[in-house]
Write a protein that binds this ligand. Structure first.
Ligand SMILES: [Zn+2]
Length: 463
């Protein structure tokens, strides 16, 4: 183990420098329009954990189309969200910044995306791109500033199918101009009620568990193992249906002759836990089932089909898109472009990613009810490398350490055993100068009117 730690320490010094550089500037400061006129489609499949897709090794054939499409993509096997819930994860996806740097971590009212931080949509819009978002509302709505930079930002329902018609109409009208399209749906979020044709895994199951919103968020107790299997079967049915809808999107691009002109990124904001660590749902923890997400990048001019195992994050996506488009814009980011990883067959650099979640104890309106007596923590942060994960509490004290390569299910906390590794990972986190929980509490109270989106949050089981 000592040799491994020494070698890791060596890598840590390199990583520290990489991160410092990244947070200052990722591109040079030349101005100008985007020379490359490729379109971009960014698809966020809410609540989709990576390990339930067949192309990520799941035993059920939940994603036949995404599997097939992945042969044309770079597939990142160790992609992580910056959080365990929707708002902070999307804030990172749109800005390339860690959520605590934006002040947007805590459930249920995280605040609004700070005005001074430019979003990817704003950069592309100012570069002459037509920008549109068709999304599921609720925690992805304009109330949190997510509409910034989008000429059109619309939701006719929480699921992909509610918005595809509008989305396809928009594509038909804008196919001649370079565009940036954000597509989002809550299909894999509770309630899990896939259409009958795709609800194939729960057939013949004996459970009477009701997977509608009321049951799952009021925490109807699981009576037996069959209940849990039933919920998972319903979730998998939703993935199967979502896979079918993704196929429709790609087919539409082919029909419009856009597939060779469009970069497509398929990802998620967080996963869902099914009692791996004693709970259902998301927000509460930072274990793998919640933060390991799918990430597929399709670039028409790069023949890929490659699997990349380096740890990467949602914060890397804006920088990646801007580099693919050869954007000459200054862009401050916690992320790094993944283009070199996609292009080259080998990549020697080591990296780490950060994920954060929490709850403001002073705000209880619209909060989630506790389940099994477990509350959302005030704040936790984790540092994840390819082999290790360290979890820190709100006062930045290390509390859990897992050797993921040996213990992928995070069963054995070695925080008091692997002290050297614990300290090295702790230093990585500290070096980023991310806001602490206490600093975030001083952020100006947001004027978000939750009532405006109350009906959407009710539908998703948050109120
Ligand atoms: Zn979400």
């Amino acid at each position: 183990m000592n040799n491994a730690i020494d070698s890791f320490k060596h890598k840590v010094n390199t990583m520290k420098n990489q991160h410092i550089a990244r947070t200052i500037k990722i591109k040079n400061n030349r101005s100008g329009n985007l020379a490359n006129k490729y379109n971009v489609i960014l698809i966020s499949i809410d609540t989709l954990r990576a390990d339930h897709l067949s192309c990520y090794g799941y035993e059920r054939n939940t994603s036949p189309y995404i599997d097939e499409f992945s042969q044309r993509c770079a597939l990142f096997t160790n992609a992580f969200s910056t959080s365990a819930w929707t708002v902070p994860a999307h804030a990172s996806l749109f800005t390339g910044m860690y959520a605590s740097r934006l002040g947007l971590v805590q459930s249920p009212r995280p605040g609004i995306l700070p005005e001074e931080i430019k979003t990817l949509a704003e950069i592309l819009n100012q570069s002459g791109y037509n920008t549109a978002g068709f999304h599921g509302g609720g925690y992805v709505s304009a109330n949190f500033g997510f509409n910034r930079g989008f000429s059109t930002y619309r939701s006719k329902g929480s699921r992909f199918e509610d918005n595809l018609r509008d989305c396809f109409g928009w594509l038909e009208r804008h196919k001649k101009l370079p565009f940036f399209l954000f597509l989002h749906g809550f299909n894999c979020h509770v309630p899990f009620n896939p259409p009958r044709k795709f609800d194939i895994y729960s057939k013949g199951m004996r459970s009477t568990y009701n997977t509608n919103r009321k049951s799952i968020y009021a925490w109807e107790p699981l009576k037996n193992k069959e209940d849990l299997e039933f919920i998972i079967a319903k979730y998998d049915g939703e993935i199967k249906y979502t896979d079918f809808l993704i196929k429709k999107v790609v087919q539409k691009l082919e029909e419009l002759h856009l597939i060779e002109k469009t970069i497509i990124i398929i990802t998620s904001d967080h996963g869902e836990e099914f009692m791996e660590h004693g709970q259902l749902g998301h927000i509460r923890t930072l274990y793998e089932e919640l933060i390991r997400i799918p990430l597929l990048v399709y670039i028409p001019f790069i023949n890929s089909g490659k699997k990349i195992d380096k740890v990467v994050s949602l914060v890397d996506i804006p920088a990646t898109i801007l580099e693919i488009l050869d954007a000459k814009y200054k862009h401050t980011s916690d992320g790094r472009s993944l283009l070199s990883l996609i292009k080259t067959s080998t990549h020697n650099s080591t990296s780490f990613v950060i994920s954060e979640t929490g709850k403001d104890p002073n705000k209880n309106i619209g909060d989630l009810p506790p389940r099994l007596g477990y509350e959302v923590p005030e704040f936790i942060r984790c540092v994840r490398t390819n082999e290790w994960k360290l979890i820190l509490d709100k006062d930045n004290n290390p509390i859990e350490l897992y050797c993921i390569s040996k213990d992928p299910k995070e069963r054995e906390n070695v925080c008091n055993l692997e002290l050297s590794m614990r300290d090295e990972l702790y230093k990585l986190s500290k070096n980023l100068n991310l806001k602490s929980f206490r600093e975030m509490k001083t952020i100006k109270e947001s004027d978000i009117n939750i009532d405006k989106i109350k009906h959407q949050l009710v539908a998703l089981g948050y109120m």
